[in-house]
Design a protein around this ligand. Sequence first.
Ligand SMILES: [Cu+2]
Length: 123
Amino acid sequence: MRKAAGPFFVVLVFAVYACEGRAFPIIGTMTDSTVTGGTILSSATVRIVDNAYQPNLVNLQSGGIVVWVWDSSATLHNVTFADASQNSPTQSRGTHSVVFGSVGTFDYHCTIHTEMTGSIVVH
Ligand SMILES: [Cu+2]
């Protein structure tokens, strides 16, 4: 009985870990948009991790909201648009939300890391 407890515990830990991985609807939405490409979302989350926006292209319904989540480290990043009213602060953790009410393509970038670019396409 006691010998069986070890392996069972390991399986249980993996099961709990797997369930917790699925407990983030935000990440599921992001994965869906990456896989299907053309899916138009009413809301989306963009993770800022490893000097990249993930995903860096979001198709959004007009009136939809995008939430950027700083998800990595002590590295400073920002979300900077042509319209400064949509810009985030430069920070290493936290979130930033923008509601997009107009149809169009809205490109953004990080002013610190020129390789970090993204686009929100509002339909
Ligand atoms: Cu950056």
